[in-house]
Design a protein around this ligand. Structure first.
Ligand SMILES: Nc1ncnc2c1ncn2[C@@H]1O[C@H](COP(=O)(O)OP(=O)(O)OP(=O)(O)O)[C@@H](O)[C@H]1O
Ligand SMILES: [Mg+2]
Length: 254
């Protein structure tokens, strides 16, 4: 489970996030929607424990992550997978790319680096890597060079890299922006598979139909604040907040 409790954050003096509270429990998908620049990526970075909030608490598995020792926080961080928007792949094989997160998480950074430099021969395709590639529909492409992939396939490999680590929490930043309907559907199926595996998923998306399709709960972010959150049906069907309603109706809100 991952949780933000009254989180505040700013770059320099600008307050980017104010009093943000949300949680995603195992097997639950939480979608973050809202206009550009309202703090969705910033919030995902805090949930990924990249940096501490200025105010409030980020809890992983019920514990304030920033009250832990560095070692324990690193261990906690390893239970969290994050897929960035348009993250490029290493120019090695699909399998290397999908297995890289796993190698790093197992504290095999040397081995992972050697893999990347091609110093280790074709590694056995570990079950969790093969399984993750299967989940994103790329099992057959395991030994192809990653540079031969289309953008949609590359994004699915990035997703597989996170899945292969068998995380407790999966954070997805615009996982399907710029993808065609088929690649989008494959990513959405992989999100559903993550939910089946009891992973807590938080996904930022500009695609409101996608939020409707994949999320159990939705939060509407505006100007650094979650102005509305609740079950997907309620947020889309009968939001309390007037600005959330306008945003969902497709009006410009600031
Ligand atoms: N490293 C940084 N330094 C200063 N300001 C930043 C930094 N990163 C983000 N910001 C600012 O923080 C605000 C929130 O940015 P963020 O990327 O979290 O928005 P977002 O909701 O993810 O937007 P989008 O939907 O376009 O991805 C923006 O005003 C942005 O310019
Ligand atoms: Mg963003």
């Amino acid at each position: 489970m991952i949780e933000a409790d009254a989180v505040g954050f700013g770059y320099d003096d600008d307050r980017v996030l104010r009093n943000v509270s949300l949680r995603a429990t195992p097997g639950e998908t939480f979608a973050l929607i809202g206009p550009s620049g309202t703090g969705k990526t910033t919030l995902l970075r805090l949930l990924a424990l990249f940096e501490p909030p200025d105010a409030g608490t980020v809890r992983a598995a019920g514990t304030d992550a920033w009250s832990l020792s560095n070692g324990r926080r690193v261990a906690t961080r390893r239970r969290i997978g994050m897929v960035f928007q348009n993250r490029s792949l290493f120019s090695t094989s699909v399998a290397h790319n999908a297995g890289y997160g796993l190698a790093v998480r197992r504290s095999w950074p040397d081995r992972a680096r050697r893999w990347l430099r091609g110093l280790v021969g074709r590694p056995p395709l570990e079950e969790s890597v093969a399984d993750a590639l299967e989940t994103v529909g790329l099992r057959e492409a395991a030994h192809r060079p990653a540079r031969s992939l289309s953008a949609g396939e590359a994004q699915r490999v990035a997703f597989a890299r996170a899945l292969a680590t068998e995380p407790d929490v999966l954070l997805l930043d615009e996982p399907t922006s710029n993808l065609d309907p088929r690649n989008t559907a494959l990513i959405e199926e992989a999100v559903a598979a993550a939910r089946e595996r009891d992973i807590a998923v938080v996904v930022a998306t500009h695609d409101m139909q996608q939020a409707r399709r994949i999320a159990d709960r939705v939060g509407v972010m505006l100007d650094g604040t979650l102005i509305e959150q609740g079950p997907t049906e309620t947020v889309f069907g009968d939001p309390d907040d007037e600005r959330a309603r306008k945003f969902i109706d497709g009006e410009l809100v600031y």
